[in-house]
Structures are given as structure tokens and as C-alpha cells.
Design a protein around this ligand. Structure first.
Ligand code: FAD
Length: 646
């Protein structure tokens, strides 16, 4: 393959590693090619002879085939056969004379729809090739244009290579890819919510644990601080580093261990996503006993930040960890488990914030899959608040959602059951419904609508609560965890605080009523900063030192989400967060938005009490990072630095 072709093919080869995403691109770009050539075929060429089959696109189609012939004969023949077959279909609007609407506008519409579908494939699978950013813009635009026009050639070739075609070419591409992933300099990075940008001197994307080990050792030799990015869904600036950033998404091997049927475990590499993990565990009839809603997050990310799901007897994802294999700051592999380092260090590492070494692999406790009955009810807020202690006692999980300006709210209860499944999998219609719901939010709560017509917010939220289906269904536990798809397409804002719930739930009511009061106060000034939901979840106690769920008792998590950065969001969320943080031991969720909250660091330190020192002592005793090279600015600000005087 020529250097010219190699550059374009390699880029798409690197950026379409997810098998489902690649499959989607094979289809969309095959159809897009036919649409594009159909539109072009309307242009009559001033040739002295007729080419019956290829019509007027003789130039474009034949030149394209010639352009790709040297890359791969089979792909070129395949695209030629598809084009000819399409041209011969009796109803095909191929060739001049089909008019502007059918011959040009319709094919161009199909072409655009296919390109957009391909883009949404990247959103759904969260495959963005962020590691590849940083080159000249024109080059990225050229790469994109190349793939848009000749996508059928690109993606068909890649699919064939993965299916075993031309192993030598695949080996050569793998080798080029390996080199490309080893290092890139001066790469801009930002998190999913575009709130934590950094410009990194050195990035790499290891494909094996050996690569990862080498990367950490080399960063040490350069004297760099190191951070790792999993999927980048954390809102807070937990990830950024301007020195070395390691992308762990290619570390995705999974080993399920059912040798002790009473105690199934799974070893996962750091970059395994929930979606990959769920699929593999399901093959063994297993699942995570609790989890976050998103499927595209990676295990090292969710095991480092105190993430949680919902349910009285659940804890944080870190509590499921039996062992971490981590690389210390010099690149030496260490195993952190209660047996190797003792319970106190493990308690700190279970919410390690990336400070306890670069995680290579994690051993997680898992359970046999079971079914749950999930019931969605609409009920008045006041009824819910009166009955809350009884409801919590009566169900495995109670989750509450309030869309402001509504008297009613949405309550979801979840209970373990042996009843037969009534809801089979997250199929196409379920995803389509989720997509449309999210599209509604993205369009109506966009930055522009929220800026231009914030007064629409109450009406839209009243419509929102009506759009929800209130029903009971029985489904497998993992489907209950990941009940909402397509969340990746709506970069909302989010702030969450956890605190130990009073036995009579008095402080939960206080937190709820504080939200209602502030919503009214801001609305009276014509401001609608809380334009999505208040969400309340309850979990059990956790052994992770830095989580608000640490220690005995049930923990309540109160969370607000907003779209489109409405006017007043920072002031509102800061005021509400400070109100919620008045509860003893209350802490913000580490990976959500809290850095803008006034005086948040002294409040967090006061509420953490001696746990901050215990965390730092445990880290020192572990010997993983004596020079604190794995700390970034946020960790230093919250855990170490002296607060600025005055
Ligand atoms: C739409 C949405 C819904 C969410 N739902 C929930 C929810 O239901 N419950 C909940 O608790 N949270 C929830 N979250 C928060 C989310 O689960 C956390 O932000 C999670 O950490 C994100 O995972 P990630 O893979 O994107 O990790 P990242 O954000 O990439 O990383 C998180 C932290 O882990 C560190 N890290 C990552 N990989 C490694 C490694 N290999 N070694 C060392 N450190 C590492 C990073 O440096 C960073 O400090 C949600 C977030 C979003 C955007």
C-alpha cells in the first residue's frame, strides 16, 4: 500500500476498533457510496460515447475504483459489483434524467443520513480517537472527507482484515498502529462535558499490560506526572494532566473465574467498559451486583471515583474490588489486596482517584444474574415525602426523580423477584425510544433555547413528566442498572452530594425542600437553572475511605442535573450544594461538578475529618507513589495544598 493510502487507511483503522461501530460503518458507508454516486450520475458528461452501465459517473466511479485498486482488489471488485448491481436495479434512479428531487435531493439526503448515523455510532460506542487529536486541522478535515467519500472502501477493507483477509497486510497495519499509539506530543484533551481541558505534552495508548508498564517507566524517566483517562465521563477535573496522559481504552481483556462457584470473580483490564464486562459476565450467568447507569464507562474509572447505583444493600463499585494490579510510579507491578497491603490501605485504594498507581487489572466480586421487578409510578411529591421511610423499608431500592415545577414526581422501586421476565433485553425499539427522549432534551434544552427563552422551562418540564412511561416490568439486573441508553449524546451538567440518611429521613426531606425553595427563589427572578431533574438514590454502607457512604448506615445521594448551562446554574448549584453539605459527613461525588462551589475545599476537609489524613497515610505506607507523581491539580487542591490565606 502506498504511503498516501496508508495514512488514510491507518487513521480509520485506529479510530474504528469497536466491532459494532465498524459493522455499522460498513453498512452506512456502503449505502452512502451508492447515494453519492447516484447523485453524481445525474450529471451528464460530455463524452462522445455512451457507457450504458456506468452512466454519466464514468469518471468518478472508475477513477475511484482505479484509486483503490492498488490497495485491495477484492474490496475494489466488491464496490464495483455493488455499484453495478445498484445501477441495474429497475427502480434505481441511476443515470441522468431522474430529475432534481429523485435523482439528486433524495440520494443526497440518504448520504447525509448515513453520515449522521455513522457519527451517532461513535457517540453510542463512545469511540472518538481523542488520542489522535492535535495535528493540523486541515489534515483531520481531509481524513474525514476521505472517509466520507470513500468510506465503503475504507471500512469494507477493515472488516475484511478483521475477518482474516490478507493477514500480512493486517500485521503491517497493526505494526503501524502500534507505533502510532506509542507516543504523541502536544495533544489537546477535554472530558466529555467539556469542562476539564488540558494540553498534554505526552500521550500514549498502551495495547497490552507490557506497553502500559513501559509507558509508566518512561514517564518516570522523563520526570513527568502521570494521569490516566478511562472514558473521560467524569465532570470534575480528575483526569487532566499537562505532562503525561495514558489512555487505557485498549486494555480490554476479561477473565472470568468460576473455579469457586460460591465466590465468582472476574479479572478485568483497566479499560474494559461496562458494556463489554456485562456481555462477558452474562455468558457465565453472572453480573455486577450494583453499577452506574452508563455502559461506556471503564472499570478503572468507576472503581476509582466512588461511583454507585441504587439499593439499600448496595455500596460503591470500589467495594466490589478484591484486588488491584497497579504500576507504581517507577513502573513496577504491585498487587493491592487486603492480603497484601491490609484493610486500611485497601480502604483508601477502593476510591483511589488515580493516586494509588496506574491500574492495570482489577479483580471484582460478581454474582449470579437475577431478575428484578421495576415499577415506575407517578405520585404527588408531598405523598412521597410523607411515605418515604415506609417506602424505603418496603423495597430493595427506591429512586426518586423530580422535574421542577411539577406537583408530581416519578418514583422507581426495584425488588428482587423470581417472576418470569416481561422485558427482554435492550432491543432496537427500546434504544429508539431512548434516542427520541434524549433528542427532545437536546433540542429543547439546548444552550440556545435556554439562553433565548428560559421562561419555557416550566412548561417543558411539565411536558417531560408526561412523556415518561409508568409501568411495571420484570427484567435482568444488569438491564435495570443500565436502564437508559444514549445518555452520551446529551452532555448535561451534574452535581451530587452524599450523606448518611437520618433513620426518619428528616435530613433527606430537608435536602429536597431546600431544592424546592431555591427553585422557587430563582424562578421569582426569572431564572431556571435547574431545568432537568432532582434525583435521589439510597445505598448501604461502604468501606471506601473517601466516600460519603463510608461507615455504618444508609447513605442518601441527592443529585441535580441541568442542560445547556442555563443562566444562574453556577450560583444556584453552588448555593444548593453548600446547603446539602451542611449535613454531617456530607461530601460531593468526586467525579461530578463541585469545583465551582464556594469554599468547597475547607468544607470537604471538615466533613472528611481524619479520613483525609488516613488516606494520605495509607498512600504513603503503600509505597506506590512516594513523590506523588500521580496527583494532579485537583487532587492537590482538595487533599494536600494549604488553602490560600484569607
Ligand atoms: C451520563 C453520566 C451518568 C453517570 N451515572 C452515574 C451513576 O449512576 N452513578 C455514579 O456514581 N456515577 C455516575 N456517573 C459518573 C461516572 O460514573 C464517573 O465519572 C466515572 O468515573 C466515569 O468513568 P470513566 O470511565 O469515564 O472514568 P474517567 O472519568 O476517565 O476517570 C475517572 C478517574 O479514574 C482515573 N483512572 C481511570 N483509569 C485509571 C487507571 N487505569 N489507573 C488509575 N486511575 C485511573 C482517572 O484518572 C480519573 O481520576 C455518570 C456520569 C455520566 C457522564
Amino acid at each position: 500500500m502506498s504511503r498516501h493510502h496508508l495514512r488514510f487507511v491507518l487513521r480509520q483503522y485506529i479510530e474504528h476498533k469497536n466491532a459494532s461501530n465498524l459493522r455499522l460503518h460498513v453498512w452506512t458507508h456502503g449505502i452512502a457510496w451508492l447515494a453519492l454516486t447516484t447523485a453524481l450520475s445525474q450529471v451528464p458528461l460530455p463524452l462522445p460515447f455512451q457507457v450504458p452501465l456506468l452512466g454519466a459517473t464514468l469518471g468518478f466511479v472508475v477513477l475511484s475504483l482505479l484509486y483503490w485498486l492498488s490497495v485491495d482488489v477484492l474490496v475494489t471488485a466488491g464496490v464495483a459489483a455493488l455499484t453495478i448491481a445498484w445501477a441495474l436495479v429497475p427502480l434505481s434512479p441511476w443515470g441522468p434524467g431522474h430529475g432534481l428531487a429523485v435523482g439528486v435531493a433524495l440520494p443526497l439526503l440518504v448520504f447525509t443520513a448515513m453520515e449522521i448515523t455513522g457519527r451517532f455510532g461513535h457517540v453510542y460506542h463512545h469511540e472518538h480517537g481523542r488520542f489522535m487529536k492535535g495535528g493540523p486541522r486541515w489534515r483531520a478535515a481531509l481524513d474525514n472527507a476521505h472517509a466520507m467519500i470513500w468510506g465503503a472502501f475504507h471500512f469494507w477493507l477493515e472488516a475484511l482484515l478483521h475477518a482474516g483477509w490478507r493477514p500480512r497486510l493486517k500485521a503491517a497495519l497493526d505494526q503501524h498502529e502500534r507505533q502510532a499509539l506509542q507516543r504523541r506530543e502536544q495533544v489537546p484533551w477535554d472530558n466529555w462535558a467539556n469542562l476539564a481541558p488540558c494540553h498534554v505534552q505526552h500521550v500514549c495508548m498502551p495495547q497490552t499490560i507490557e506497553d502500559l508498564t513501559k509507558a509508566v517507566a518512561e514517564a518516570h524517566a522523563r520526570g513527568h506526572r502521570v494521569r490516566v483517562v478511562a472514558s473521560g465521563f467524569s465532570w470534575s477535573s480528575l483526569v487532566p494532566s499537562n505532562e503525561t496522559l495514558i489512555f487505557c481504552e485498549r486494555l480490554d481483556r476479561i477473565e472470568v473465574d468460576v473455579s469457586d462457584p460460591e465466590h465468582p470473580v472476574v479479572w478485568t483490564e483497566a479499560g474494559v467498559t461496562n458494556r463489554q464486562l456485562n456481555r462477558e459476565l452474562a455468558r457465565f450467568g453472572l453480573c455486577m451486583p450494583w453499577n452506574v447507569v452508563l455502559e461506556n464507562v471503564r472499570v478503572a474509572g468507576i472503581a476509582s471515583t466512588g461511583t454507585h447505583g441504587t439499593g439499600r444493600t448496595t455500596a460503591t463499585v470500589g467495594d466490589l474490588v478484591e484486588a488491584f494490579e497497579v504500576l507504581d510510579s517507577e513502573g513496577r507491578m504491585r498487587v493491592l489486596s487486603e492480603e497484601t497491603v491490609g484493610p486500611e490501605i485497601m480502604s483508601a485504594a477502593r476510591l483511589g482517584l488515580g493516586a494509588f498507581g496506574v491500574i492495570a487489572r482489577i479483580k471484582l466480586r460478581v454474582v449470579p444474574i437475577y431478575r428484578v421487578r421495576q415499577t415506575d409510578t407517578r405520585l404527588p411529591v408531598r405523598t412521597m415525602l410523607e411515605r418515604l421511610p415506609e417506602l424505603i423499608g418496603a423495597h430493595d431500592s427506591v429512586e426518586l426523580y423530580w422535574f421542577p415545577f411539577n406537583r408530581d414526581m416519578w418514583m422507581r422501586t426495584i425488588d428482587r423477584t423470581d417472576a418470569p421476565r416481561t422485558f427482554h433485553g435492550h432491543g432496537f425499539w427500546f434504544k429508539a425510544q431512548n434516542f427520541l427522549q434524549n433528542a427532545f432534551l437536546v433540542v429543547f434544552f439546548s444552550k440556545h433555547v435556554m439562553r433565548l427563552a428560559p421562561g419555557l422551562t416550566p412548561a417543558l418540564l411539565r411536558l417531560g413528566i408526561r412523556m415518561l412511561p409508568y409501568r411495571t416490568r420484570v427484567l435482568d439486573l444488569p438491564e435495570s442498572h443500565h436502564y437508559h441508553h444514549w445518555i452520551e449524546m446529551m452532555p448535561a451538567g451534574c452535581l451530587e452530594v452524599g450523606f448518611k440518611a437520618d433513620p426518619d429521613i428528616a435530613n433527606v426531606r430537608r435536602a429536597w425542600e431546600a431544592t424546592e425553595r431555591l427553585v422557587e427563589k430563582y424562578a421569582s427572578r426569572g431564572l431556571y437553572p435547574l431545568n432537568l431533574t432532582l434525583n435521589v438514590r439510597f445505598i448501604g454502607s461502604s468501606g471506601s475511605l473517601l466516600t460519603p457512604a463510608y461507615g455504618e448506615g444508609m447513605t442518601c445521594y441527592v443529585e441535580i442535573m441541568w442542560m445547556g448551562r442555563p443562566k444562574g446554574w453556577a450560583e444556584f448549584s453552588s448555593e444548593l450544594c453548600r446547603e446539602w453539605l451542611k449535613e454531617p459527613g456530607a461530601l460531593p461525588h468526586w467525579s461530578k461538578e463541585f469545583e465551582h462551589v464556594e469554599d468547597v475545599v475547607p468544607i470537604m476537609r471538615a466533613n472528611l475529618g481524619d479520613r483525609r489524613d488516613r488516606f494520605l497515610d495509607a498512600l504513603a505506607q503503600s509505597g506506590v507513589d512516594p513523590e506523588r507523581r500521580f496527583f494532579n491539580a485537583l487532587l492537590r487542591r482538595v487533599l494536600i495544598d494549604e488553602p490560600p490565606a484569607g
